[in-house]
Ligand binder design. Structure first.
Ligand code: ATP
Ligand code: MG
Length: 196
């Protein structure tokens, strides 16, 4: 499951857990992007902060792990490189790429879509506010999966922190603490809104 994970939230974790259970997967590998090219114009937290948050959020689940493949490659992250590297790293496993409805829509605009679908089976999960249909998708290459609706986004979490609103229960407790410890998402000069 690729993502910016800035920060990782319970929407990501529920999606991963649900797909893992429904498909009986051995592992869900969270792959934080290096430089997300779709988000180049915005401020994205450092790769190390996003990597550490993803590790913290997934550490307690034996079926979850985190890959540094995109971070260590450096430069903008393209899913075709992610999947090619993972294939080299794990030559004998079946690869699935889990993506939310919004990101799946973008797949059609990605480069070399046919190569992409050849490298992994894609799983599109439902996400509140986005529609998920397979009208435009090549037959047989994408499974659509309904997951418990979590109307949570990283953008919403960042905005809440910047406005001094809590993100408790939207993200794991360790992520609330990490955001506070590192002073992430605060506006310039803003003091911690909530001490605890
Ligand atoms: P941002 O608002 O910064 O774009 P995000 O919440 O969309 O953050 P990403 O890191 O962009 O999180 O998403 C990683 C993957 O997780 C994408 O495939 C996205 O569609 C999926 N995803 C994110 N949030 C949810 C959610 N609440 N329900 C289902 N899928 C989700
Ligand atoms: Mg997103």
């Amino acid at each position: 499951m690729g993502g910016t994970f800035d920060p990782v939230h319970h929407g990501h974790l529920v999606a991963a857990s649900e797909v893992q259970a429904q498909f009986g997967m051995e592992q869900v590998l969270f792959v934080p992007t290096g430089q997300p090219w779709q988000k180049g114009h915005e401020d994205v937290s450092s790769a190390e902060d996003r990597y550490l948050m993803t590790v913290i959020a997934t550490a307690s689940n034996p079926r979850f792990s985190v890959s540094r493949v995109d971070i260590d490659r450096g430069g903008p992250t393209y899913t075709i490189d992610t999947l090619s590297d993972l294939r080299r790293q794990y030559p004998d496993v079946e690869l699935y790429f889990i993506t939310g409805a919004d990101a799946l829509e973008q797949i059609l605009s990605w480069h070399r879509v046919d190569d992409l679908f050849g490298l992994a089976h894609f799983i599109g999960v439902t996400r509140p506010g986005y529609s998920l249909d397979d009208e435009h998708l090549p037959r047989g290459s994408v499974s659509l999966v309904e997951i418990p609706a979590m109307a949570i986004s990283s953008t919403g979490c960042r905005q809440r922190v910047a406005s001094g609103l809590p993100v408790w229960y939207l993200v794991p407790d360790g992520i609330v603490q990490y955001i506070s410890k590192r002073g992430l998402y605060r506006r310039f000069g803003q003091s911690p809104a909530q001490e605890w």
